[in-house]
Design a protein around this ligand. Sequence first.
Ligand code: ADP
Ligand code: MG
Length: 357
Amino acid sequence: MGIELQNISKQFTGYTALDNINLSIATGDLIALLGPSGCGKTTLLRIIAGLESADSGKIILEGKDTTNLSPREKNVGFVFQHYALFRRLNVFENVAFGLKVLERSKRPSKSEINDRVEHLLKLVQMEWAIKRYPSQLSGGQRQRVALARALAVNPKVLLLDEPFSALDAKVRQELRRWLRKLHEEIHVTSIFVTHDQEEALELADRIVVINKGRIEQQGSPQEVYDHPANAFVYNFLGNVNVFHGRIKEGMVSLGEHLVDAPDELKNVDEKPSQTFVRPHEIGISKIRSSETDVIGTIREIRLLGGQIGLNLSCEGFEHPIEAEVPRELYLNLQLSKGDKVFVSFNRVKVFSGDYEI
Ligand code: ADP
Ligand code: MG
């Protein structure tokens, strides 16, 4: 295992920031730690790096118990959310920094340092900027240099704390693809922290969803997206319509309508339920295709790039429903505000119990 966390807990003056975290990450994997702001992501990374100590638990890196080691002894690379380059050092000096401060017996020679920095800057496609200062670089370029700096000491583990979150959407998207490719070349065991589900789904081999200091679910992006373990994960991974109702006699109420309860909830005695439907899992048609279709009226139309967002008020439903349809379908059906349409729920996910979103 690259990283093994055993029973990590951390309190801040009566507040539980991490509650018994257990996590194993295979050597060479890139995992995303995904969760809302304040759920404990940074605290966990700081504990792994040795910048913060846990109240209990063990941190094992590449088979070695590093729980009580200092950050330097742990040999972990860290890239922070906010650009942390040294302003008075140029790009070369920034990347070389970690090597130059190594104790004499471990420090490479001057020419080895030169070669290594050049190699790393090539890897992050920044060799052209070797003499520049951080103020002469864009945000995305600075984060690439920060990554080269973190990699300079050949870390066993690379920790990235929302490294792209301060950048604009397009650059963020480019950098996440770039990072994925880079990871395929270097295969350093990495944890990428993010609160952005799209970033996590696109980037990582595995996703660990965390909420209020606890792991809610872990798995491949596909597993977590298609089979969310609970209502929190479902809600956090994308836009949803939520319908509150009851499970009773094998049926679930969806507005004033009833649908079959999923098998695992068929025998549940009467209980509150929450039914989730993603906007793109809602079908829209001008002709009725099934008895279970719901009649809706288009209240609002929004352009969302390739998709069109529809806000619908539906008969038997207290709240409006959000649907997303491909642009093509929208044009074919010649949809406009005020139109009556037939609405179908192509895929619903039911959870029993009350859950606060
Ligand atoms: P995230 O990175 O997921 O946004 P953090 O790990 O930074 O969350 O914080 C988790 C919780 O712990 C937050 O409620 C935060 O306010 C609290 N916290 C973090 N660091 C400290 C600290 N040094 N002292 C007190 N509370 C802290
Ligand atoms: Mg954080």
